[in-house]
Design a protein around this ligand. Structure first.
Ligand code: HEM
Length: 136
């Protein structure tokens, strides 16, 4: 039987395993590696703090999660399959490693944040299309 996500070490294991899958994924790997050219050495610790904060309220993450995605979307519009792939890998990673209340909470929070992100990105992209139509 698997244990729950109980502490920072577990969060780090979750994040490390998840981003290994992300990097190797045919759909979103290239977005991170080739389009955004993510510096993993700075990105990964942010994600430790982000998820530690979500699950255990540690408050170490002081950033704003949405703006980097809006910025990336300006040059490389997000596609629905990015969210599908991201979430499928996140669920797969959590289920592979953990089981319990925090594990369920992590999946629920991921789907909620991804939905808000997708919704806001869609609004931005529809707005951009509308203004193009209006300009004609
Ligand atoms: C749908 C696919 C997604 C893609 C392609 C994506 C891509 C990215 C990229 C390129 C960055 C900037 C990394 C850098 O600093 O160079 C970033 C940052 C980040 N992403 Fe995502 N992301 C996705 C979904 C998500 C979701 C669903 C969440 C949360 C549940 C999330 C959480 C974050 C956080 C916390 C940061 C750091 C923001 C900061 O700088 O403070 N991402 N993401």
């Amino acid at each position: 039987m698997l244990s729950d996500i109980n502490n920072r070490t577990d969060v780090e294991n979750l994040v490390d395993t998840f981003y290994e899958k992300v990097r190797a994924n045919a759909t979103i790997g290239p977005v991170f590696n080739d389009v955004a050219r993510v510096d993993w050495d700075t990105h990964i610790p942010k994600l430790y703090d982000f998820w530690d904060g979500i699950l255990f309220g540690t408050g170490k993450y002081r950033g704003r999660p949405m703006p980097p995605h809006f910025k990336l979307n300006e040059t490389h519009p997000f596609r629905p399959e990015y969210f599908d792939a991201w979430l499928a890998l996140f669920y797969e990673t959590v289920d592979e490693l953990f089981e319990g209340e925090k594990a369920s909470e992590a999946k629920m929070r991921a789907v909620n944040i991804a939905s808000v992100m997708e919704y806001r990105i869609n609004l931005i992209n529809e707005g951009a299309n509308n203004s193009l139509i209006h300009r004609k």
